[in-house]
Write a protein that binds this ligand. Structure first.
Ligand code: FES
Ligand SMILES: [Fe+2]
Length: 347
């Protein structure tokens, strides 16, 4: 069960090229993404309406996507615009198309009720590759339900233990964030003054001593995590994130469920380095990749245990407050969507 009336990242913009369509499973649905020679990206259900061949095996052409089986051609709207050997184009000869918006380096798809698709609700990731923001990025395929990954991102008390060589900050377990729910998710604020920087912050900021550290995070329902994190030399005036010479990370983790048991995990890590020197961006990207491998290692193992013991319920700790809130809000949204489509199962 997923929230359907929401924007999810279907792919990076760079993955969707004119040369070939891209088949991908999103929220359990087979979708084909393609880009016309004019540069317009489109998303259709990955099933020809004729004999149900996957359209992702087809060819992109001027004006649409041609099925590889008997050659029907579909416009980005999903309407059939050509049938080889047949003049008549019955209006019913169409496939479902999905609202798709290209923004900030991603293709955002709406798999729910298309009449509700409002592009102003797309999370603002404009730092991605922006001038002055060298950006590391990546993709991870997870064999785990997306909510286990959300739980992980919403509880940084694991950093000290999972990320010993990358993100570990010994102060984390005792520095609980302030958790502020809002209609679209949860905000978390954490500031740790006069602490040892994590290995990643020390390297990226070229810090030689102690720092004042901050996290300002937003969990945007259903599954985008925004993490503005950084460090400044300990003891300066004013809030650390406002000090000149601070290190800023404008990180986003963007989760799109593939199925109940697997997840597409896109991430970007735009950085503002204290001295404007971008030469460390590759090393930062490598550090993030290592850290996310560490997360995947523990989360996929956790998923396996949960699959083996479905009747055992996890027990809560005080540090679970944000993830519990998001789980509750998610369940509520799924329930509301189901209730707003009487007589039908959720989309
Ligand atoms: S299955 Fe696509 S044209 Fe026949
Ligand atoms: Fe982690």
């Amino acid at each position: 069960m997923f929230i359907r009336n929401a924007w999810y990242v279907a792919a990076t913009a760079a993955e969707c090229v004119t040369e070939r369509p891209l088949g991908r499973t999103l929220l359990g649905e087979k979708v084909v993404l393609f880009r016309t020679p004019q540069g317009q990206a489109a998303a259709l259900e990955d099933r020809c309406c004729h004999r149900l061949a996957p359209l992702s095996l087809g060819d992109v052409e001027e004006g649409g996507l041609r099925c590889r089986y008997h050659g029907m051609k579909f416009a980005p709207s999903g309407q059939c615009v050509e049938i080889p050997g047949q003049q008549e184009l019955p209006p019913a000869m169409c496939v479902r198309s999905f609202p798709l918006v290209e923004r900030h380096g991603f293709l955002w798809i709406w798999l729910g009720d298309p009449s509700l698709a409002d592009p102003t609700q797309i999370v603002d990731c404009h730092w991605n590759g922006a001038p002055g923001w060298p950006t590391a990025s990546g993709y991870i395929h997870y064999r785990a339900n997306y909510q286990l990954i959300a739980d992980n991102l919403l509880d940084f008390s694991h950093l000290t233990f999972v990320h010993r060589t990358t993100l570990a900050n010994a102060a984390f377990p005792n520095a609980r964030p302030e958790v502020v729910p809002f209609e679209g998710g949860v905000r978390l604020y954490r500031e740790i003054l006069d602490c040892e920087p994590s290995p990643l912050h020390r390297m990226a900021g070229r810090f030689t001593g102690r720092v004042d550290f901050w996290n300002r995070q937003v969990w945007w329902l259903p599954s985008v995590f925004e993490n503005w994190a950084g460090s400044a030399i300990a003891g300066g005036d004013g809030p650390p994130h406002e000090r000149p010479g601070a290190l800023h990370f404008r990180h986003f983790s963007l989760l799109t469920p593939e199925t109940e048991a697997s997840t597409h995990y896109f991430w970007i890590h735009p950085c503002e380095f204290p001295d404007g020197d971008a030469s460390l961006i590759d090393a930062v990207g490598e550090g993030i990749r290592m850290a996310f491998d560490e997360d995947r290692w523990i989360i996929e193992a956790q998923q396996e245990v949960m699959d083996r013991s479905p009747s055992v319920k996890p027990k809560g700790l005080a540090s679970d407050v944000a993830l519990n809130r998001i789980r509750k809000m998610t369940a509520q949204r799924i329930e509301e969507e189901a209730a707003s489509t009487p007589g039908h199962p959720p989309f």
